[in-house]
Structure formats: structure tokens, C-alpha cells
Write a protein that binds this ligand. Structure first.
Ligand SMILES: NC(=O)c1ccc[n+]([C@@H]2O[C@H](COP(=O)([O-])OP(=O)(O)OC[C@H]3O[C@@H](n4cnc5c(N)ncnc54)[C@H](OP(=O)(O)O)[C@@H]3O)[C@@H](O)[C@H]2O)c1
Length: 330
């Protein structure tokens, strides 16, 4: 960074209020903050705890060796007999923030420190999934073009492709975007010539709005649920409709709240990034779960399944939903 750039960054970090800081971030990060070019969390993964693989069918990564070595072991996702399992993946700061602002001016990278290790795991989870589910808020805030493994970790793209071939999966997982209102600009990067099969699902009025807006023909639109959003039954019906065996939920926190309230999340992969970001009324952060009250009526306790470290980043894996009895038969 040039001296002038460093000074500008230092000034915005020290004199600007929180909102101004976030605005400045959108224009260019302050000095000292990690960036894609200067990330944090690039250390190799070390396994600290691994619970034994649960009995019953699993989708497992046993090769190629680059992925097994990178993950410091095999990844096995327990499957269910009659529905896709939902595994969620988030990065959070130590004080619980998953987004630095409410409208996507900053990205998940700002939370993880653009950790290459976190991105490797994101790629691995995308590579084992039949579907990647995202909420419309995440799509509106994303400058990315695709929820594919290579989009997030290009250095392992060959390994991911080989894994999908080994597992007999389609070349790319289908991206499912969920909306209640249909407020999606067809010019959004992810909607222009999508790089993976893409479905947008929402109630009739939302789909009518999207049709009128002129989404590209290759995007499949699926009408489901009541106006105002999908309740538990609608989300469960959507999952059943998707087919496949593994759905990866990639956010954001509002749609996650709806999935949790419906008890549809089997596992949570949580990267805990070693930074504290703070919050105030003027600088609201989004927490892992938003707009859904779970405690005390819908308590969601988790069982720790694995702990990995990558330097000071922790990669935690939790089971959230008991395994269906029918799926534990060998
Ligand atoms: N750190 C991380 O790991 C991570 C991961 C993902 C996202 N994020 C961040 O999270 C922020 C976005 O948060 P968000 O909560 O707005 O994202 P979101 O959950 O992706 O999107 C919320 C939107 O999803 C739709 N939606 C939610 N519940 C629904 C339901 N029950 N039925 C139908 N549609 C439903 C609505 O879309 P409409 O408004 O279109 O009706 C709602 O406004 C971004 O800054 C993003 O970077 C962080």
C-alpha cells in the first residue's frame, strides 16, 4: 500500500465513527485489516478432536489426498434415509458477529480475515453438496458469481472436481436462492450467466415480481409458501422437493433463523475467527441467528463433533439435530 493509502486508512480507522468506518471499508479497507491479498488464518489445519463417525450411511471424502491432507483427515457427512441432510457453514467473530453491517457492504471475508484455510473448508463442503442454499440477503450483498468450490478456493479446483466425480455427483451443486419478496436485481453478479444450475424459490407474488424483472431463462423459478415467507412446512417441502442427499446451507443469519426454527439443520460447521468486532446502535452487526427467537420455546443445544485449528482460527463442527432412527441402520 502506498504511504498516502496507509495514511488514509489510518485516518479512517481513528477518526471516523463506526458507520463511516464501514462505508470506508466498502471503498477500501483500513490499514492493518486483512484483505484477500493479505489474509489471516493461512496455517495448516490440525485436528484437535474428532468424534467417531456415526453409524449408518455417510458421504465421505477419502481421496484425493490433497483434500484429506488439507483437512487433516477424512470428512464424513452422515446421511438420512428419506430426506437431504442440511449442513450449515458460517464464519463468526469471537463476539458472535457474522456480518459487519446489515446490507452486505462487507463480506464474510471481513469476518474470517479472508482466511485461506476457511475458504478451503468452504470449498470442501460445497464439493460434497448436491445443493447450496442461500438467502436473498446474502445474494444481494455478494459480489461473487457462484457458490462453487473453485470460486472460493481455486487452488484446489481439480481436487474438488475429482471428488465430485468420485462421489458420482453432478459437476456443480445446484444453487438455491430463497426469497420472500422477490427483491433480486437480475443484474446481480450471481444471476448473470450463473455458473451453476440455479433455482430461485419463493411465494407466488415474489416469483411474479422476478418474472416481471426478467431473470435469465436458465434460472429456474419455484413457487412455494405463503406470501410473507416460508414457514417450517414450506422450508421442509422445499428441501424434499430439491432431492439429493446433502444440502449445504451458507447463510445468511435471517434464513438460518427460519431453518433453525423449523429444526431442519443437521450440522453446523463454524469457523471462529480470532477477532472482536464490537457493535453499537450506529454500527449494528448481524449475529449468527437473526429474526428468529429460539430460546426458551425452541431450545437448540448442539453436540460437539470435531475441533480443528488453523493457527488461531478454530474450525468447530456441531451436530444440531438427532440422527433419524431410520437412517442409523447399517
Ligand atoms: N459470516 C458468514 O459466514 C456469513 C454467511 C452468509 C452471509 N453472511 C452475511 O450476512 C449478511 C446478510 O444477512 P441476511 O440475514 O440479510 O441474509 P439472508 O438470510 O441470506 O437473507 C435474508 C433474506 O432471505 C429471505 N428469507 C429469509 N427467511 C425467509 C423465509 N422464511 N422464507 C422466504 N424467504 C426468506 C428474505 O429475502 P427477501 O428480502 O428477498 O424477501 C430475507 O430478507 C451479508 O452481509 C452476508 O455477507 C455472512
Amino acid at each position: 500500500m502506498s504511504l498516502a493509502g496507509a495514511v488514509r486508512g489510518a485516518v479512517s480507522a481513528t477518526t471516523a465513527g463506526p458507520e463511516e468506518s464501514v462505508r470506508a471499508m466498502a471503498a477500501g479497507p483500513a490499514a492493518g485489516l486483512p484483505t484477500r491479498e493479505h489474509p489471516r488464518g493461512n496455517e495448516p489445519i490440525r485436528t484437535l478432536l474428532e468424534a467417531p463417525v456415526e453409524s449408518g450411511p455417510v458421504r465421505a471424502v477419502r481421496r484425493p489426498s490433497g483434500l484429506v491432507h488439507g483437512y487433516d483427515g477424512s470428512l464424513a457427512v452422515p446421511l438420512a434415509q428419506d430426506r437431504p441432510v442440511v449442513i450449515a457453514n458460517f464464519a463468526t467473530a469471537l463476539d458472535g458477529a457474522v456480518a459487519m453491517d446489515r446490507d452486505g457492504r462487507t463480506s464474510g471475508g471481513d469476518v474470517s480475515g479472508f482466511s485461506p484455510t476457511d475458504r478451503f473448508v468452504m470449498g470442501l463442503l460445497r464439493a460434497v453438496a448436491d445443493t447450496v442454499i442461500v438467502g436473498a440477503g446474502t445474494v444481494r450483498g455478494s459480489s461473487g458469481r457462484a457458490w462453487t468450490p473453485e470460486a472460493v478456493c481455486p487452488t484446489h479446483s481439480e481436487d474438488y472436481a475429482e471428488l465430485r466425480r468420485d462421489l458420482g455427483l453432478a459437476r456443480q451443486a445446484t444453487t438455491l436462492i430463497v426469497t420472500a419478496t422477490g427483491d433480486l436485481d437480475p443484474g446481480l453478479p450471481a444471476l448473470v450467466r450463473p455458473r451453476a444450475p440455479t433455482i430461485v424459490a419463493g411465494p407466488a407474488a415474489a416469483i411474479a415480481r422476478l418474472r416481471a424483472a426478467g431473470l435469465p431463462d436458465e434460472i429456474v423459478m419455484r413457487t412455494i409458501g405463503e406470501d410473507g415467507g416460508l414457514g417450517s412446512e414450506g422450508l421442509a417441502a422445499l428441501l424434499a422437493d430439491l432431492g439429493g442427499r446433502v444440502a449445504l446451507f451458507e447463510g445468511g443469519p435471517r434464513l438460518f433463523g427460519a431453518f433453525l426454527a423449523a429444526n431442519l439443520v443437521d450440522e453446523l460447521f463454524l469457523t471462529l475467527a480470532p477477532q472482536l468486532v464490537g457493535r453499537s446502535d450506529r454500527a449494528p452487526r448481524l449475529a449468527l441467528v437473526e429474526e428468529s427467537v429460539l430460546w426458551p420455546e425452541l431450545p437448540r443445544w448442539a453436540e460437539l463433533r470435531s475441533v480443528r485449528s488453523a493457527g488461531s482460527h478454530l474450525l468447530l463442527r456441531y451436530r444440531l439435530r438427532e440422527r433419524d432412527r431410520s437412517s442409523s441402520a447399517p
